[in-house]
Write a new protein. Structure first.
Length: 339
């Protein structure tokens, strides 16, 4: 059970209820009046009512939203919070991180060996940045992350490349915008355009995601920009195989959706985690914050329901997703006609 330092005070709990009742995507699944009555009872014990509210947060957000204590690292700023697609859990221990990184490098090298030299391989993992979404630290870290991805694409875009793999299988989320901007060269069509790649939708509104002019946009707002450093493929519109699975979540799912509907693109793997919804950060009076899940992510054609994203080709346990992606890519005209 959480201790007093890990739960919001009673007035903040009531504020959380008000925000969720007004904005949460699945707010109709919670009896807010009954919850409010429990929280305001004369004999209410915050340590006992907090689990009830925590459950309400989970239910009304479809498991995506959550409360963040004031001590949470990304809240250590007085800046206002920007809209984000998700938030990562606290990092693992250094030893665990190093072990996972070593295993991931081994797995990635095996997969790259499988697809061969004619196919470029891009692995995109989770990313949250170094501060709140409008801070200088976050902007710098995000532009650096996007630039690193574009630089990797540039370095791999050699004459023999005829197709690409984008591996999102370990992308547990964070912030989607640096991911989309970093992968912009692969999201472009044959004409070098990538106008709308997805959107956030509610029952009565839609806000589209765009890639244009070396920047990623949310409607008319330029969120991140690499400017003249933006890279364009030697062969725009090259075929892309996207790999994802049950660990692909939140911003990782947004990235998967950004590729869905693109010409010469096919996805392989298993269904995603099922939190393809958008969060915004509500700063609370005590310095803590609430991730409010209020919209659904859709692809460029407006398709999406906030739940698990199914791949075009399901790869069962023990089957080789890299081999399946390779076989499909090499059968595409761009690869079949290449010498």
């Amino acid at each position: 059970m959480a201790n007093a330092q890990e739960m919001p005070a009673p007035p903040v709990q009531l504020r959380i209820v008000a925000v969720l009742e007004r904005e949460a995507l699945y707010r109709d699944k919670v009896d807010w009046q009954a919850l409010r009555t429990r929280l305001q009872a004369p004999d209410a014990d915050p340590a006992k009512t907090w689990p009830l509210l925590r459950d309400a947060i989970a239910v009304s957000s479809g498991g995506h939203g959550r409360w963040l204590p004031a001590s949470y690292p990304l809240l250590q700023s007085s800046s206002s919070r920007a809209t984000v697609a998700g938030s990562q859990p606290p990092p693992a221990t250094q030893r665990t991180h190093e072990h996972r990184a070593k295993q991931q490098r081994t797995d990635q090298q095996r997969d790259m060996d499988t697809v061969g030299r004619r196919i470029g391989w891009m692995t995109v993992g989770a990313f949250s940045g170094g501060g709140p979404g409008d801070s200088v630290a976050w902007q710098r870290a995000s532009v650096a992350f996007a630039g690193t991805l574009q630089d990797a694409i540039r370095s791999k875009d050699r004459a023999e490349r005829c197709g690409w793999v984008v591996d999102l299988r370990r992308n547990t989320g964070g912030n989607m915008w640096p991911m989309l901007l970093g992968l912009a060269p692969l999201l472009e069509d044959a004409g070098g355009n990538a106008p709308r790649v997805g959107a956030f939708t509610t029952a009565d509104s839609e806000r589209s995601w765009f890639l244009h002019g070396g920047a990623v946009w949310l409607e008319q707002k330029n969120l991140l920009d690499v400017g003249a450093a933006a890279y364009r493929l030697r062969h725009p519109g090259a075929p892309v195989a996207v790999l994802f699975g049950p660990r692909t979540a939140s911003a990782g799912e947004a990235t998967a959706l950004a590729f869905r509907g693109r010409a010469n693109t096919r996805s392989f793997g298993q269904p995603t985690a099922g939190v393809s919804t958008g969060n915004r950060t509500e700063l609370l009076p005590d310095g803590s914050a609430l991730l409010v899940t209020g919209n659904v992510m859709v692809d460029r054609n407006g398709q999406g329901d906030g739940r698990k994203i199914a791949p075009d080709v399901v790869i069962g346990e023990g089957e080789d997703a890299a081999a399946a992606a390779r076989d499909w890519l090499l059968a595409q005209p761009a690869c079949a006609s290449a010498t």
